[in-house]
Design a protein. Structure first.
Length: 202
């Protein structure tokens, strides 16, 4: 039997995405999650989160899938893993959202500002939204967070932010703008480059 050269199996990038399964609202079908996460009856401060997903050269990353996961306004997750009965659940809020970026790389989520939740060592974390990014050209998804500019005291106490170099922390903090329609927080996510967003292993 002739010797065969053993080579590494070629890698594959994420995608293509089947939008009619992941974000079927554009096709007139109901999905499991969308970018409108809070309804009129949802408790808490209603906010909008906006941003753009950008590559290393500052170009828009269109057709990427952004998923978010957060606690409710009281600081509790709608998950069996959060068994803190002393913190109320909100039956109108699931905490999970999903949005495809448009041709300009833009994404939007209508939600409520999350409450503080305990982290490692039971230390309180600042209000934040967890983010997962899937896109063609990426070998794996990317995980990051969105914090809020008007939560300076809580941000200073946050153990995750404290673990990051001070000059890089602003890449996770969305700036607040008060508009007639309510508070809007904006944060651009840079996958690579000089303005690269801080990403986490999970």
């Amino acid at each position: 039997m002739a010797d065969r050269k053993v080579t590494q199996t070629p890698g594959q990038t994420i995608g293509p995405f089947f939008a009619y399964c992941l974000t079927p609202e554009h096709y007139g079908r109901k999905g499991i999650a969308g970018n409108v996460m809070a309804g009129p009856a949802t408790l808490g401060e209603h906010i909008r989160i906006t941003g753009r997903l950008l590559d290393g050269e500052g170009g828009a990353m269109d057709d990427a899938l952004i998923e978010v996961w957060q606690a409710n306004a009281a600081g509790r997750y709608d998950s069996p893993g959060d068994a803190r009965d002393e913190v109320p659940l909100d039956p109108t809020f699931k905490g999970f959202g999903r949005c495809m970026t448009d041709r300009d790389g833009c994404f939007t989520f209508d939600t409520v500002k999350p409450g503080r939740v305990p982290g490692q060592g039971n230390r309180l974390q600042a209000p934040h939204v967890s983010v997962i990014i899937h896109s063609r050209g990426m070998l794996s998804h990317a995980c990051t967070r969105i914090y809020f500019s008007d939560e300076a005291k809580a941000n200073d106490e946050d153990p995750v932010l404290a673990s990051i170099e001070a000059q890089r922390r602003p890449t996770l903090v969305a700036r607040r703008e008060d508009t007639p329609g309510g508070p809007v927080y904006h944060l651009d996510i840079h996958i690579q480059g000089e303005k690269e967003t801080v990403f986490f292993d999970a």
